[in-house]
Design a protein around this ligand. Structure first.
Ligand SMILES: Nc1ncnc2c1ncn2[C@@H]1O[C@H](COP(=O)(O)OP(=O)(O)OP(=O)(O)O)[C@@H](O)[C@H]1O
Length: 241
């Protein structure tokens, strides 16, 4: 579904921070994007979302680039950013209504699902509150609620667990599992490697902007000749060279 082909890019054309990245995300699988601080995970995500222009290579969704059909491309993706981004002048419920309109969802059905999601994340009481009065974790939940309400073909998640309480983390993991079962493709960046190992089907290990290892756990163990190694052990070996 998502194909990243020989992608090179960054914040200046003369000094790219990601180099020659190639990977894909298929429907119904969760792919973990793993790397140290500054490895290039968020930069990769920004290129996939079309917020940055590649120096070389391309990103396609169902075979089409953002430039081929911007509306179709964007309507198939939802993004949960590392730092919550919201409209100060809209309440939580108005954010959900905006999502329903932006993604052109069926109003009655989406509104019912929005109420379910509010309940699942224990946010019902805050429905008509303005997000600037929310805690950091509650603000993060707005992003999560809007993304799952959209029911995208591809969900991109950047460090979603930071600031969430244990109950919310479990609810999010359950929704990710459910999304996968319904055929959603998920690309998730996280530093919580035991969680990634448990929930992701495949991994992309980024180091200094390059893919150093990729595949499912058995394939990566085989490549590094480390049978039985955990994701964390493989990752540490990769980054220590
Ligand atoms: N706005 C920016 N302008 C210039 N350089 C940037 C900018 N944002 C990030 N970088 C640089 O790009 C490189 C990759 O950063 P990126 O944010 O993609 O890392 P990351 O893997 O997401 O890290 P983290 O785990 O800390 O979130 C770093 O060297 C960083 O300094």
């Amino acid at each position: 579904m998502l194909t990243v082909h020989e992608l090179t890019g960054g914040y200046s054309r003369v000094q790219p921070v990601i180099h020659d990245l190639s990977f894909d995300v298929k429907p119904g699988e969760m792919v973990g994007l793993i790397g140290l601080n500054g490895a290039g995970k968020s930069t990769t995500i920004k290129h996939i979302l079309g917020l940055m222009t590649p120096v070389a290579g391309k990103v396609t969704l169902h075979g089409k680039t953002l430039q081929d059909d911007p509306i179709a491309f964007r309507s198939q993706i939802a993004y949960i950013p590392e730092t919550p981004q919201f409209y100060e002048e809209l309440t939580l419920w108005e954010h959900l209504e905006l999502t329903i309109r932006a993604y052109r969802l069926d109003e009655a059905e989406a509104s019912r699902r929005a109420h379910d999601l509010l309940e699942q994340f224990r946010m019902g009481k805050a429905k008509h509150w303005f997000p600037h009065t929310f805690s950091k974790g509650m603000q993060q939940k707005i992003m999560i609620l809007c993304a799952f309400l959209a029911q995208p073909a591809l969900l991109i998640v950047d460090e979603p667990f930071v600031g969430l309480d244990p109950l919310a983390i479990q609810t999010l993991l359950d929704l990710l599992q459910e999304g996968k079962q319904q055929g959603m493709g998920i690309l998730i960046s996280t530093h919580i490697l035991d969680m990634a190992e448990k929930y992701c089907n495949r991994f992309i290990l980024l180091h200094d902007g390059r893919i150093r290892l990729k595949g499912d756990l058995p394939a990566m163990q085989h490549t590094l000749n480390k049978p039985g190694a955990s994701l964390e052990q493989l990752f540490i070996q990769v980054v220590k060279g």
